[in-house]
Write a protein that binds this ligand. Structure first.
Ligand code: ADP
Ligand code: MG
Length: 268
């Protein structure tokens, strides 16, 4: 069974998206509906599955719907229609307590902005998620220390974030999430703010880390090279829809249409 299953997932932003959706289903042109209802399609009738242990990359230009899609997975955004299943369980039917548990225990999110507290040490930052959950001091210290070791930051526990490079700061962000041992990591443009060389290092390190920890990683990027380098499979998005899902080889060798072809034609 896939760890995540997405069925006909749609998110329309704006007033009365339900009505817009029914017009869309009646065959009205998307442009016309959007204009008349001042609506924006974030994600459009999307289907896919994510397998346990894979790095699933969502790639696409800015505004193609990547962040909306990833936020729908843990219901930070309520969908307009469709379903998200986690291990077969419908995320949209979870009650508030189940949803809280799901977000805390099963999912970890890493963003482009590292979200570190400048006045806290590296260790305190790595402990933060566990602290919020009320894990006792001794246990959370141990878990955070292990996570810092995993991302190669042992020895830096007592430093402040501003003493660290951008890449190291993002590793603290990663350690904070890993300390919680989630099943799924959602990484939304996690490396996009890094300098190109550091970014490449981080890609490499993420792959090494993944070889050890075998999480399920949903990795969002607008960068094709990054997607090809780290993805087990890549979903290419355009205007809220997935235009192709495949391995890097499939995307490169068998582009599904002209759009994908143009997207990949600059790759050596
Ligand atoms: P990406 O992450 O690929 O850059 P987003 O998911 O952020 O794309 O955005 C997809 C589309 O949805 C864009 O047209 C964007 O303007 C729109 N959108 C995203 N969030 C909102 C929102 N909260 N309200 C209205 N429109 C939104
Ligand atoms: Mg985004």
């Amino acid at each position: 069974m896939p760890i995540i299953e997405v069925k006909q997932l749609t998110k329309v932003f704006g007033h009365d998206p339900g009505r817009a959706l029914s017009l869309l289903n009646q065959g009205w042109s998307k442009e016309k509906i959007l204009k008349e209802h001042k609506l924006t399609v974030g994600v459009n009738q999307t289907d896919f599955t994510i397998e346990q242990g894979e790095i699933f990359v969502i790639m696409g230009l800015s505004g193609s719907g990547k962040s909306t899609l990833v936020r729908l997975l843990n219901r930070l955004i309520e969908p307009t229609s469709g379903a998200v299943l986690f291990n077969g369980q419908d995320v949209l039917r979870m009650n508030p307590e189940q949803l809280r548990q799901f977000r805390r225990k099963n999912i970890g999110m890493v963003f482009q902005k590292f979200g570190l507290f400048p006045h806290r040490t590296v260790l305190q930052n790595a402990e933060y998620g566990l602290e919020v959950q009320g894990v006792d001091k001794k246990a959370r210290r141990e878990l955070a220390m292990n996570a810092l070791k995993l991302v190669g930051l042992n020895g830096w526990e007592n430093s402040r974030p501003d003493q660290l490079s951008g890449g190291m700061q993002q590793r603290v962000g990663l350690a904070r999430v890993l300390a919680n041992d989630p099943d799924i990591l959602l990484m939304d443009e996690a490396f996009s703010a890094l300098d190109p060389l550091i970014r490449k290092d981080m890609q490499h390190e993420l792959l090494q880390l993944q070889a050890k920890m075998k999480k399920t990683i949903v990795f969002i990027t607008h960068d094709l090279d990054e997607a090809l380098r780290i993805g087990d499979r890549i979903a290419l998005m355009k205007d809220g829809s997935i235009v192709q899902i495949g391995t890097p080889e499939e995307i490169l060798i068998q582009p599904a249409n002209k759009y994908v072809e143009r997207f990949v034609e600059d790759v050596d």
